[in-house]
Design a protein around this ligand. Sequence first.
Ligand code: NAP
Length: 247
Amino acid sequence: MKLLEGKNAIITGATRGIGKAIALCFAENGANVAFTYRSSGSAAEEIEKELSAFGVKAKGYQSDAGDFEAAQELVKTVIEDFGSVDVLVNNAGITQDNLLMRMSEEQFDAVIQTNLKSVFNLTKAVCRPMLRGGGSIINLTSIVGMKGQAGQSNYAASKAGIIGFTKSVADELGSRAVRCNAIAPGFIETDMTDVLPEETRAKYLEQIPMKRLGKAEEVAQAALFLASDLSTYVSGQTLSVCGALNR
Ligand code: NAP
Protein backbone atom coordinates (compact mmCIF):
# COMPACT_ATOMS: atom_id res chain seq x y z
CA MET A 1 0.00 0.00 0.00
CA LYS A 2 1.36 3.40 -0.99
CA LEU A 3 1.87 6.04 1.72
CA LEU A 4 -0.90 8.36 0.47
CA GLU A 5 -3.18 5.76 -1.16
CA GLY A 6 -6.75 7.06 -1.37
CA LYS A 7 -5.98 10.51 0.11
CA ASN A 8 -7.08 13.69 -1.66
CA ALA A 9 -4.61 16.59 -1.57
CA ILE A 10 -4.83 20.26 -2.50
CA ILE A 11 -1.51 21.90 -3.33
CA THR A 12 -1.38 25.64 -4.09
CA GLY A 13 1.06 26.94 -6.68
CA ALA A 14 2.15 23.65 -8.19
CA THR A 15 3.05 24.52 -11.78
CA ARG A 16 6.78 24.60 -11.02
CA GLY A 17 9.44 24.42 -8.34
CA ILE A 18 8.65 23.00 -4.92
CA GLY A 19 4.87 22.81 -5.47
CA LYS A 20 5.30 20.75 -8.64
CA ALA A 21 7.80 18.42 -6.91
CA ILE A 22 5.31 17.89 -4.06
CA ALA A 23 2.48 17.19 -6.53
CA LEU A 24 4.59 14.58 -8.35
CA CYS A 25 5.78 12.98 -5.10
CA PHE A 26 2.22 12.80 -3.73
CA ALA A 27 0.84 11.30 -6.96
CA GLU A 28 3.67 8.74 -7.07
CA ASN A 29 2.67 7.78 -3.52
CA GLY A 30 -0.98 7.27 -4.44
CA ALA A 31 -2.64 10.63 -3.66
CA ASN A 32 -5.25 12.25 -5.89
CA VAL A 33 -4.01 15.77 -6.50
CA ALA A 34 -5.91 19.03 -6.96
CA PHE A 35 -3.42 21.80 -7.61
CA THR A 36 -3.63 25.52 -8.28
CA TYR A 37 -1.78 28.19 -10.21
CA ARG A 38 -2.31 31.86 -10.83
CA SER A 39 -1.21 32.30 -14.45
CA SER A 40 0.64 29.25 -15.83
CA GLY A 41 -2.30 27.58 -17.65
CA SER A 42 -0.31 25.66 -20.26
CA ALA A 43 2.12 24.27 -17.66
CA ALA A 44 -0.90 23.14 -15.63
CA GLU A 45 -2.22 21.02 -18.52
CA GLU A 46 1.15 19.25 -18.83
CA ILE A 47 1.30 18.62 -15.07
CA GLU A 48 -2.21 17.15 -15.05
CA LYS A 49 -0.95 14.60 -17.61
CA GLU A 50 2.25 13.86 -15.67
CA LEU A 51 0.30 13.29 -12.45
CA SER A 52 -2.40 11.18 -14.08
CA ALA A 53 0.31 8.86 -15.43
CA PHE A 54 0.69 7.59 -11.83
CA GLY A 55 -2.91 6.27 -12.05
CA VAL A 56 -4.39 8.91 -9.73
CA LYS A 57 -6.98 11.63 -10.28
CA ALA A 58 -5.37 15.01 -10.98
CA LYS A 59 -6.78 18.40 -11.83
CA GLY A 60 -5.38 21.94 -12.06
CA TYR A 61 -7.43 24.99 -11.05
CA GLN A 62 -6.66 28.60 -11.84
CA SER A 63 -7.16 30.28 -8.47
CA ASP A 64 -5.39 33.17 -6.77
CA ALA A 65 -4.49 31.87 -3.30
CA GLY A 66 -4.42 35.44 -1.97
CA ASP A 67 -8.10 35.98 -2.84
CA PHE A 68 -10.37 34.96 0.05
CA GLU A 69 -13.54 34.31 -1.98
CA ALA A 70 -11.62 32.43 -4.67
CA ALA A 71 -10.09 30.15 -2.02
CA GLN A 72 -13.51 29.30 -0.50
CA GLU A 73 -14.89 28.61 -4.01
CA LEU A 74 -11.86 26.47 -4.90
CA VAL A 75 -12.22 24.18 -1.88
CA LYS A 76 -15.96 23.81 -2.56
CA THR A 77 -15.27 22.83 -6.17
CA VAL A 78 -12.46 20.43 -5.23
CA ILE A 79 -14.74 18.66 -2.74
CA GLU A 80 -17.41 18.35 -5.46
CA ASP A 81 -14.79 16.94 -7.86
CA PHE A 82 -12.82 14.73 -5.45
CA GLY A 83 -15.26 13.95 -2.61
CA SER A 84 -13.11 15.16 0.31
CA VAL A 85 -9.87 16.88 1.22
CA ASP A 86 -7.37 15.08 3.46
CA VAL A 87 -4.20 17.11 2.87
CA LEU A 88 -3.65 20.81 2.17
CA VAL A 89 -0.24 22.14 1.15
CA ASN A 90 -0.05 25.93 1.27
CA ASN A 91 2.88 26.34 -1.08
CA ALA A 92 2.07 29.38 -3.29
CA GLY A 93 4.56 32.13 -2.65
CA ILE A 94 6.35 35.08 -4.21
CA THR A 95 9.23 37.42 -3.49
CA GLN A 96 9.44 41.15 -4.18
CA ASP A 97 12.79 41.97 -2.65
CA ASN A 98 13.95 45.46 -1.79
CA LEU A 99 15.73 47.20 1.05
CA LEU A 100 13.21 48.66 3.50
CA MET A 101 14.27 52.21 2.59
CA ARG A 102 13.19 51.53 -1.01
CA MET A 103 10.33 49.09 -0.44
CA SER A 104 6.93 50.36 -1.53
CA GLU A 105 3.68 49.73 0.29
CA GLU A 106 2.56 47.75 -2.79
CA GLN A 107 5.60 45.43 -2.53
CA PHE A 108 4.94 44.81 1.15
CA ASP A 109 1.21 44.20 0.67
CA ALA A 110 1.63 41.93 -2.37
CA VAL A 111 3.99 39.57 -0.54
CA ILE A 112 1.85 39.45 2.61
CA GLN A 113 -1.26 38.82 0.51
CA THR A 114 0.17 35.96 -1.54
CA ASN A 115 2.33 34.34 1.12
CA LEU A 116 0.47 34.81 4.41
CA LYS A 117 -3.14 35.77 3.68
CA SER A 118 -3.29 32.80 1.29
CA VAL A 119 -2.48 30.43 4.16
CA PHE A 120 -5.38 31.88 6.17
CA ASN A 121 -7.70 31.74 3.12
CA LEU A 122 -7.09 28.09 2.27
CA THR A 123 -6.75 26.79 5.83
CA LYS A 124 -10.03 28.41 6.82
CA ALA A 125 -11.71 26.88 3.78
CA VAL A 126 -10.57 23.31 4.58
CA CYS A 127 -11.11 23.46 8.37
CA ARG A 128 -14.73 22.33 8.46
CA PRO A 129 -14.44 19.59 5.81
CA MET A 130 -11.33 18.24 7.59
CA LEU A 131 -13.07 18.13 10.99
CA ARG A 132 -15.13 15.22 9.64
CA GLY A 133 -12.25 12.81 9.10
CA GLY A 134 -9.05 14.49 10.23
CA GLY A 135 -6.36 15.86 7.98
CA SER A 136 -2.90 17.28 7.52
CA ILE A 137 -2.14 20.92 6.69
CA ILE A 138 1.39 21.76 5.57
CA ASN A 139 2.55 25.36 5.22
CA LEU A 140 5.67 26.41 3.32
CA THR A 141 7.59 28.90 5.42
CA SER A 142 11.31 29.61 5.03
CA ILE A 143 14.43 29.84 7.16
CA VAL A 144 14.27 33.54 6.22
CA GLY A 145 11.15 33.69 8.42
CA MET A 146 13.27 32.49 11.34
CA LYS A 147 16.46 34.46 10.94
CA GLY A 148 15.51 37.44 8.73
CA GLN A 149 17.31 38.59 5.60
CA ALA A 150 18.35 42.04 4.39
CA GLY A 151 16.22 43.01 1.40
CA GLN A 152 13.45 40.60 2.36
CA SER A 153 11.63 42.25 5.28
CA ASN A 154 8.26 41.69 3.54
CA TYR A 155 9.04 38.05 2.74
CA ALA A 156 10.53 37.36 6.22
CA ALA A 157 7.45 38.90 7.89
CA SER A 158 5.11 36.76 5.79
CA LYS A 159 7.07 33.58 6.53
CA ALA A 160 7.42 34.30 10.28
CA GLY A 161 3.66 34.88 10.35
CA ILE A 162 3.11 31.44 8.87
CA ILE A 163 5.00 29.81 11.76
CA GLY A 164 2.78 31.49 14.39
CA PHE A 165 -0.32 30.66 12.37
CA THR A 166 0.75 27.01 12.06
CA LYS A 167 1.23 26.60 15.82
CA SER A 168 -2.14 28.24 16.55
CA VAL A 169 -4.03 26.02 14.08
CA ALA A 170 -2.32 22.94 15.55
CA ASP A 171 -3.54 24.07 18.97
CA GLU A 172 -7.11 24.73 17.79
CA LEU A 173 -7.65 21.62 15.68
CA GLY A 174 -5.43 19.02 17.35
CA SER A 175 -8.26 17.42 19.31
CA ARG A 176 -10.10 16.81 16.02
CA ALA A 177 -7.17 14.92 14.44
CA VAL A 178 -6.27 17.79 12.14
CA ARG A 179 -2.51 18.31 12.19
CA CYS A 180 -0.78 21.48 11.04
CA ASN A 181 2.95 21.74 10.40
CA ALA A 182 5.34 23.99 8.50
CA ILE A 183 8.34 23.22 6.32
CA ALA A 184 11.18 25.74 6.28
CA PRO A 185 13.31 25.25 3.18
CA GLY A 186 16.72 26.87 3.03
CA PHE A 187 18.09 27.72 -0.39
CA ILE A 188 16.40 25.48 -2.98
CA GLU A 189 17.06 25.42 -6.75
CA THR A 190 13.88 26.84 -8.32
CA ASP A 191 12.81 29.81 -10.47
CA MET A 192 12.50 31.81 -7.24
CA THR A 193 16.22 31.50 -6.48
CA ASP A 194 17.37 31.54 -10.13
CA VAL A 195 16.82 35.29 -10.20
CA LEU A 196 19.22 35.98 -7.32
CA PRO A 197 22.49 37.67 -8.25
CA GLU A 198 25.53 35.37 -8.49
CA GLU A 199 27.12 37.20 -5.57
CA THR A 200 24.16 36.40 -3.27
CA ARG A 201 24.18 32.73 -4.31
CA ALA A 202 27.90 32.47 -3.57
CA LYS A 203 27.38 34.06 -0.16
CA TYR A 204 24.64 31.56 0.68
CA LEU A 205 26.70 28.59 -0.52
CA GLU A 206 29.53 29.62 1.75
CA GLN A 207 27.15 29.57 4.76
CA ILE A 208 25.48 26.21 4.00
CA PRO A 209 27.27 23.41 5.90
CA MET A 210 26.25 20.87 3.23
CA LYS A 211 27.86 23.11 0.58
CA ARG A 212 25.12 22.78 -2.00
CA LEU A 213 21.67 24.10 -2.79
CA GLY A 214 18.72 21.86 -2.00
CA LYS A 215 16.47 20.25 -4.60
CA ALA A 216 12.71 20.71 -4.77
CA GLU A 217 12.39 16.91 -4.52
CA GLU A 218 14.14 16.99 -1.13
CA VAL A 219 11.49 19.39 0.19
CA ALA A 220 8.79 17.15 -1.29
CA GLN A 221 10.06 14.18 0.77
CA ALA A 222 9.50 16.21 3.95
CA ALA A 223 5.98 17.08 2.77
CA LEU A 224 5.33 13.39 2.10
CA PHE A 225 6.29 12.55 5.68
CA LEU A 226 4.02 15.26 7.12
CA ALA A 227 1.11 14.36 4.83
CA SER A 228 1.27 10.65 5.56
CA ASP A 229 0.46 8.44 8.52
CA LEU A 230 4.20 8.29 9.27
CA SER A 231 3.68 11.54 11.22
CA THR A 232 0.38 10.95 13.04
CA TYR A 233 1.71 12.43 16.33
CA VAL A 234 3.59 15.36 14.74
CA SER A 235 1.80 18.72 14.81
CA GLY A 236 2.61 22.38 15.39
CA GLN A 237 6.20 21.85 14.23
CA THR A 238 8.46 23.56 11.71
CA LEU A 239 10.75 21.16 9.87
CA SER A 240 13.80 22.82 8.32
CA VAL A 241 15.08 21.39 5.03
CA CYS A 242 18.16 23.52 4.60
CA GLY A 243 21.42 21.55 4.53
CA ALA A 244 22.01 22.50 8.21
CA LEU A 245 21.92 26.25 7.44
CA ASN A 246 19.44 26.79 10.28
CA ARG A 247 20.35 25.01 13.51
P1 NAP B 1 8.35 29.28 -7.67
O1 NAP B 1 9.27 28.37 -8.41
O2 NAP B 1 8.44 30.74 -7.93
O3 NAP B 1 6.84 28.77 -7.91
C1 NAP B 1 5.79 29.45 -7.29
C2 NAP B 1 4.48 28.76 -7.64
O4 NAP B 1 3.44 29.46 -6.93
C3 NAP B 1 4.12 28.81 -9.10
O5 NAP B 1 3.47 27.61 -9.47
C4 NAP B 1 3.14 29.99 -9.19
O6 NAP B 1 2.19 29.83 -10.25
C5 NAP B 1 2.42 29.85 -7.85
N1 NAP B 1 1.81 31.08 -7.38
C6 NAP B 1 2.38 32.29 -7.14
N2 NAP B 1 1.47 33.16 -6.69
C7 NAP B 1 0.29 32.47 -6.62
C8 NAP B 1 -1.03 32.81 -6.22
N3 NAP B 1 -1.34 34.04 -5.78
N4 NAP B 1 -2.00 31.87 -6.28
C9 NAP B 1 -1.72 30.62 -6.71
N5 NAP B 1 -0.49 30.24 -7.11
C10 NAP B 1 0.50 31.15 -7.07
O7 NAP B 1 8.53 29.12 -6.08
P2 NAP B 1 9.29 27.96 -5.24
O8 NAP B 1 10.72 28.35 -5.15
O9 NAP B 1 8.92 26.63 -5.74
O10 NAP B 1 8.66 28.23 -3.80
C11 NAP B 1 7.52 27.52 -3.32
C12 NAP B 1 7.28 27.88 -1.86
O11 NAP B 1 8.43 27.56 -1.08
C13 NAP B 1 7.03 29.39 -1.64
O12 NAP B 1 6.08 29.57 -0.62
C14 NAP B 1 8.39 29.89 -1.21
O13 NAP B 1 8.30 31.07 -0.44
C15 NAP B 1 8.90 28.72 -0.39
N6 NAP B 1 10.35 28.68 -0.26
C16 NAP B 1 11.16 28.56 -1.35
C17 NAP B 1 12.54 28.55 -1.18
C18 NAP B 1 13.50 28.42 -2.33
O14 NAP B 1 14.73 28.49 -2.07
N7 NAP B 1 13.06 28.24 -3.55
C19 NAP B 1 13.08 28.66 0.10
C20 NAP B 1 12.23 28.77 1.18
C21 NAP B 1 10.86 28.78 0.99
P3 NAP B 1 2.00 30.96 -11.39
O15 NAP B 1 3.28 31.01 -12.15
O16 NAP B 1 0.85 30.50 -12.19
O17 NAP B 1 1.75 32.25 -10.64
